[in-house]
Design a binder for this molecule. Structure first.
Ligand code: CNA
Length: 278
């Protein structure tokens, strides 16, 4: 059932057509949006995949509901479950995936307009995407502060606490220390609203490994212009992807879809060199 009309920008709705769009030089402002699914191949569980996702494996933490581990009001009363999880997810233990490397390659070629990530694993930085091209929409483990007096807490102390799996407390007021990642009930970093207009400037949008269920991030793909091709690399169809005339769905493991796109672009060797050297 084709509720949409024929494609407005692409010759057809396929990855081949997307590769042609890039090769022809018509896609020079590529906006990429990522979620936990881009990092599962690195060994970091996502939230919602059945069986392997964090939410289905949190029973041992005795949470009233799965999302509580990232809920600010729950954290105030019981920070321990979050720190059990933080010990597992802490950056530095994981290697970027081929999909992360592809985003860095786009940046190297001057084609990356902006990367919006929901992830807190810092793997896009590790892959070599320049900091000024990254919007960490849900913050990251890079910095941390007291949730009461907001005083920053030293990185080295934080690292020691997280690796031991215990709860750090503020040196000034003894308040709880939390990494600057966005919990449910908290506002997103200012960079998100300041930079979201880049999506409207995009001539191609790549959406990789996200369930598009967490707002306001989930509304970003809607901000792309109607005729801008949007490509979804995901295990499942999500959000409104597929509803527009130039949407392309590449369903399956994102690394497979990204390898296929790189192949169509003639970038396979470059991509592998970049990835191997990380
Ligand atoms: P999610 O809701 O868990 O969804 C993940 C999506 O990715 C699902 O649609 C999966 O089907 C899909 N997926 C899983 N593996 C693959 C794969 N190999 N290839 C393609 N698709 C795959 O995660 P979202 O990011 O959408 O949810 C937003 C939350 C999750 C954000 O606030 C993140 O901070 C949070 N999170 C981040 C990490 C991380 O930093 N790596 C890990 C777990 C959760």
């Amino acid at each position: 059932s084709a509720a949409y009309g024929p494609p407005a920008t692409l010759p057809e709705r396929s990855l081949e057509a997307v590769a042609e769009h890039i090769k022809s030089g018509k896609a020079r402002r590529i906006v990429v949006m990522t979620g936990a699914g881009i990092s599962t191949a690195a060994g970091i569980p996502d939230f919602r995949s059945p069986k392997t996702g964090l939410y289905s494996n949190l029973a041992r933490l005795n949470l009233p509901y799965a999302e509580a581990v990232f809920d600010i009001s729950y954290f105030r009363n019981r920070p321990e479950p979050f720190y059990v999880l933080a010990q597992e997810l802490y950056p530095g233990k994981f290697h970027p995936t081929i999909s992360h490397a592809f985003i860095a390659l786009l940046a190297e070629k001057g084609l990356l307009q902006m990367l919006f990530t929901q992830n807190i694993d810092c793997l896009e930085r590790a892959a070599g995407v320049p900091a000024e091209k990254i919007v960490e929409a849900h913050g990251s483990f890079a910095t941390q502060r007291c949730i009461e007096c907001k005083v920053e807490f030293p990185d080295e102390h934080m690292k020691a606490h997280v690796l031991r799996g215990d709860v750090p407390r503020c040196g000034e007021c003894k308040g709880l220390v939390k990494p600057d990642i966005t919990f449910f009930g908290e506002a997103l970093p200012r960079a998100f609203s300041e930079k979201s207009h880049h999506t409207a400037m995009a001539d191609l949008v790549l959406i990789i490994g996200t369930s598009l269920t967490v707002y306001p991030f989930a509304s970003l793909p809607e901000m792309a212009r109607k005729e801008t091709p949007r490509v979804l690399f995901n295990m499942e169809k999500v959000g409104s992807l597929g509803s527009r005339s130039d949407d392309v769905l590449e369903l399956g493991a994102c690394d497979d879809g990204i390898r296929k796109l790189a192949e169509l672009l003639g970038w396979t060797d470059e991509l592998h060199d970049h990835w191997r050297n990380l």
